[in-house]
Design a protein around this ligand. Structure first.
Ligand code: ADP
Ligand code: MG
Length: 258
């Protein structure tokens, strides 16, 4: 587990950290409806590392991703991306940081149906008034195996291909970090394994940093490490996971030998 008191003293100076949270707490609602979704979560996401986040439904996985990606605001504690403390940013700066430094992949691919695969991939850059780096774009498109599909619209692509478009879209701006919230949750196991393979390739071949929420021990087995969340707290961490070890840990952490 990552408890890192040194953060309190040197929050800006750790090299090799793509993003980090320090004592991140998120409370929703008030009074009877008050829910502590995250309770002082401190975690580092190292550059070029593939992290899986696991834990029971409602334990705060999506909230952690949303806060770390600047899509939701912490109640207390801090988030930084690279050396940028999110707390210090105004709305315009935060929007720009999300656009330029962060990629997000959703369970429901979130592609625009009227645009081709290529147009979807380059849309964030187009909106930012930037031209894609053609060499990089070619490399990303080739890596996710979409070279022959760039003119297709989402409806003409399988679920796995649509999620590969979403991965390429996330990679194209060369973000500091890509977050995926159950990115294979809508895919069958074969298409899911393919998508996970491409995410892992993006880490191995492109040096991308990836953080992914998953329920699935097989999916977690693609990652370099797994962190386990329960009731808004980090309770364990595993390096070099295999599906078997992840399954064992889930059983152990849920307190059962079921
Ligand atoms: P997970 O992704 O692990 O299933 P979430 O991060 O979605 O968990 O939710 C953590 C807790 O916070 C849950 O109890 C959930 O009901 C609550 N929660 C999440 N988002 C909101 C919200 N916008 N308003 C109120 N409660 C929320
Ligand atoms: Mg969730």
């Amino acid at each position: 587990m990552t408890t890192a008191p040194q953060h309190q003293y040197a929050p800006h100076t750790t090299p090799g950290i793509a993003a980090a949270t320090t004592d991140l707490t998120k409370v929703y609602g008030t009074g009877d409806t008050r829910v502590t979704a995250l309770d002082q979560v401190s975690i580092d996401f190292r550059e070029g590392e593939f992290t899986a986040i696991m834990g029971p439904s409602g334990c705060g996985k999506s909230t952690l991703l949303h806060c770390a990606a600047g899509l939701d605001t912490p109640t207390s504690g801090s988030v930084r991306v690279g050396t940028t403390e999110l707390d210090g940013l105004d709305d315009r700066q935060l929007t720009r940081l999300r656009r330029d430094r962060i990629g997000f992949i959703f369970q429901a691919f979130n592609l625009l149906p009227t645009l081709t695969a290529l147009e979807n991939i380059t849309l964030p850059l187009s909106l930012a008034g930037r031209k894609p780096d053609q060499q990089w774009l070619d490399r990303v498109v080739a890596m996710v195996g979409l070279s022959q599909r760039l003119g297709h619209r989402p409806a003409e692509l399988s679920g796995g291909q649509q999620q590969r478009v979403a991965i390429a879209r996330a990679l194209t701006s060369r973000p500091a970090i890509i977050f995926g919230d159950e990115p294979t949750g809508n895919l069958d196991s074969r298409a899911g394994a393919e998508v996970l393979g491409f995410l892992r390739d993006s880490v191995r071949e492109l040096g991308q940093t990836v953080v992914m929420v998953t329920h699935d021990p097989v999916a977690a087995g693609f990652a370099d490490r797994v962190v386990f969340l329960s009731d808004g707290r980090l309770i364990d961490e595993m390096a070099h996971p295999t599906p078997e070890r992840v399954r064992d840990a889930m059983l152990r952490l849920s307190g059962g030998s079921r």
